[in-house]
Design a protein around this ligand. Structure first.
Ligand code: AMO
Length: 437
């Protein structure tokens, strides 16, 4: 019977007879004529005791048989007294990266260059355990709210977010683009009658940024829903969704959070997160900047995001802030205009961002749903209706008022754990230079 490292003490207490353990050779040391081998498996580390020092390289994969025994001095309070050892796969002796060393001292490039080895460090692996919980909790919360999970094509004929940040792909004898977001498809599926949909999938941005917050490929946690009145319905949904994700991470990933000295916000502080209109948020940011003797800020840039979160934490006790009512110039063409008291439409939009611990993690909005009004509005954005036929087709045959948002998975993971760079939260990140591994 196989016993995992985390269960060795329980199995010793239960008086289990001979058991098998499988894993990697993490460390070997000799003390007073006895050899100790630390074995690592997916659950953690366990001490093995051998009569003599084995001729093994670190990181080799082994199978051992023996009897578990309690030992206060062993990590976890127990060890395996080994009777037989088999090498399943011998590791080469020239490790480019010290797996059992202090990973906090290793630079990000070395970590990413040696991904298969760096992920063997429990601390680095814990990033992706937290990420897996985020994905699971995002999907579970939405399924319980009657959303349907969708998977849409990442090959598109045109831009979904506007702008020029597109990767071109050769597709037989024509050119296509990698999807910047599932925006059009998620709206199409709302209009198809599904009403509530979500998608978890990679998206592509040909941005030439080289910053700790940008990837050229990231996983977008997208949702879209029918019959909303404004972006405020979406903000309420996101508060509940994030509170659920944070709770799931607290419940499932205690040791992973501890490895990064991190914690998640409690549900009350998430519910308390303020919503501030764009203009007001700029005023707050500039008051904060002035206090610190900083220069005037004209946009919600990274410095503004940091200051807003500092303000929110101090004034509202929340790590999270929502900024809504962005000016039209800051939002994509599909964003619904804010209706003014007089019944007209302002230069503002029913849109929002969520900023968490100083970083934008979400964008969302109510969308245009009226075919005629939208077709008439398009030329104002410099778009010819004939270039927007796919989008117009979604609205043509009856589309409910709707909206949605997208959370960047790696950014949320980064901010939960306090990682310095978003690339640390991507298994195989793509940036301007890195396309391998
Ligand atoms: P937006 O383009 O703002 O909105 O993206 C939504 C969220 O995705 C994350 N994100 C990124 N993460 C890493 N690297 C990048 N280069 C990057 N770009 C964006 C951020 C951001 O908040 N279709 C809309 C969403 C919607 O309205 O439903 C969209 O894609 O966390």
């Amino acid at each position: 019977m196989r016993v995992l490292a985390k269960d060795i003490a329980a199995s010793a207490r239960d008086g289990a007879g001979e058991v098998e353990m499988l894993g990697w050779v993490h460390r070997i040391r000799e003390l007073g004529g006895v050899a100790f081998l630390i074995l690592r498996d997916r659950s953690g580390l366990a001490q093995l005791v051998l009569g003599e020092k084995p001729g093994l390289t670190l990181e080799s994969v082994i199978a051992v048989r023996g009897s578990p025994a309690l030992n206060e001095k062993a990590p976890g309070g127990a060890e395996l007294r080994v009777d037989s050892l088999t090498v399943l796969s011998e590791a080469a002796g020239d490790l480019p990266y010290q797996v059992n060393g202090d990973v906090s001292r290793v630079g990000i490039e070395a970590i990413l260059d040696n991904r298969v080895l760096s992920l063997r460090s429990p601390r680095i692996r814990s990033i992706f355990k937290v990420q897996a919980t985020i994905i699971e909790a995002f999907a579970a919360y939405l399924r319980a709210a009657d959303f349907t999970e969708i998977k849409t094509s990442k090959l598109t004929a045109g831009s979904t977010e506007g702008g020029t940040n597109l990767f071109m792909v050769e597709y037989f004898d024509r050119k296509l683009f990698l999807a910047q977001s599932p925006q059009l498809y998620k709206e199409a599926l709302v209009a198809s009658g599904l009403e509530r949909v979500f998608e978890i999938a990679p998206v592509y941005r040909a941005e030439k940024h080289d910053t700790p917050r940008h990837l050229n490929e990231y996983v977008s946690l997208d949702l879209e829903m029918a019959f909303i009145e404004s972006e405020r319905d979406l903000i309420e949904l996101e508060k509940g969704l994030l509170a659920h994700i944070f709770e799931a991470v607290a419940l499932k990933n205690g040791p992973d959070l501890a490895a990064w000295d991190a914690s998640v916000p409690d549900p009350e502080s998430t519910a308390r997160a303020p919503t501030v209109a764009y203009e007001e948020s700029l005023a707050i940011v500039n008051r904060e900047a002035a206090k610190a003797g900083g220069a005037r800020i004209f946009d919600i840039n990274p410095e503004a995001e940091r200051l807003l979160c500092e303000w929110s934490l101090r004034e509202q006790g929340s790590d999270l802030v929502f900024v809504n009512e962005f000016p039209r110039r800051h939002r994509p063409f599909y964003t619904y205009p804010l209706e003014t008291a007089g019944g007209g439409t302002a230069a503002l939009t029913m849109s929002f961002d969520a900023i968490f611990r100083g970083l934008e993690i979400t964008s969302g909005s109510r969308r245009h749903h009226d075919y005629r009004a939208f077709a008439e509005a398009l030329p104002k954005f410099g778009i010819k209706p004939e270039n927007m036929t796919a989008y117009l087709q979604i609205l043509k045959y009856g589309c409910p008022p709707h909206g949605g948002f997208a959370i960047g998975l790696e950014r949320l993971t980064q901010k939960i754990l306090g990682l310095a760079n978003v690339k640390e939260a991507s298994l195989f990140p793509r940036d301007r230079r890195r396309v391998e591994p």
